[in-house]
Design a protein around this ligand. Structure first.
Ligand SMILES: *Cc1c(COP(=O)(O)O)cnc(C)c1O
Length: 271
């Protein structure tokens, strides 16, 4: 509603430019607000993505549909509001300063998910600056886990629940971009989080993967099996798989993704 009325205002305020239009258009110009009939570009894109998520999930025979995280890095709060008005609550952000500055301008029931590279020395800024931080998906070292754990411990007022975290796993080491844990180190960090970080709760594994290489999704699924065994979990399903972006979310859902991170297909290309 707010976004709608803002757009109507914007249309109304552009009225003076009508004088520059050719007469034939000018005669029929009027500031109509039929927004109910035409959803915002973000809302239409979302409807499209949701339908594809549903279809891929049904095709995969999943019991539950994956979470759709709207990746809103570099996008304005106005655009985030459009997604919010269309029902999105899970937003993914990559930069600490950006999410810390956007969070106060969005409703408090937004579940922020941090999906960018996080330096240990920014953990406290993130945890303190984003009260409704729901998950940090990019834990890739014991050091970062310790810093996040300590940051949650110092929160005042305290969080009602531990902070959810995922381990980011590097499933395409041949690319040499070095974001994420090597597959064979994931179990050790998972045990470290469980045994020494009481303010964190390990909820899953996340990967980016190489573009077009859906085998990376298999690698993450295999890694989950190993980690679940190391933790002595009854079922690997106790851990989520965060994988799939605009270009490959349907393939990722086919490989068992429980959380897809979609940015440009919702908000448009990033500049
Ligand atoms: C930017 C980003 C996304 C979204 O990518 P799109 O291709 O725009 O959908 C997903 N995951 C991570 C980790 C990202 O940095």
């Amino acid at each position: 509603m707010l976004a709608t009325s803002l757009r109507c205002l914007a249309m109304a305020s552009s009225a003076p430019t009508v004088a520059r239009l050719p007469a034939i258009w000018r005669s029929s110009w009027r500031p109509v607000c039929n927004e109910a009939a035409s959803p915002s570009p973000v809302a239409s894109a979302l409807a499209n993505i949701r339908a594809k998520v549903k279809e891929a999930s049904q095709a995969a025979g999943s019991q539950t549909e994956p979470r759709l995280v709207a990746v809103s890095k570099t996008k304005s709060v106005e655009l985030l509001r459009e997604a919010y008005d269309a029902g999105i609550r899970d937003f993914g952000e990559n930069y600490v300063q950006e999410v810390v500055s956007k969070a106060p301008d969005m409703p408090s029931d937004v579940a922020w998910r941090f999906i960018g590279n996080l330096q240990s020395n920014k953990a406290k800024t993130l945890v303190q600056g984003v009260p409704s931080l729901a998950c940090v998906e990019t834990v890739s070292s014991k050091k970062l886990a310790n810093k996040l754990d300590a940051a949650v411990a110092t929160l005042n007022p305290p969080r009602h629940q531990p902070l959810d975290v995922m381990l980011q796993v590097d499933t395409s080491p041949w690319e040499g971009t070095k974001s994420g844990l090597p597959v064979d180190e994931a179990s050790a960090v998972a045990l470290h989080v469980r045994d020494t970080c009481p303010n964190l709760r390990l909820v899953g594994l996340m990967t980016i993967g190489a573009p077009g290489e859906t085998s990376c999704f298999d690698t993450l699924a295999d890694c989950r099996r190993t980690v679940a065994e190391s933790l002595g979990l009854e079922s690997e399903d106790a851990l989520e798989l965060s994988m799939g972006m605009s270009g490959d979310f349907e393939a990722a859902i086919g490989k068992g993704s429980t959380s897809v991170r979609v940015g440009s297909s919702i908000f448009g290309a990033r500049g």
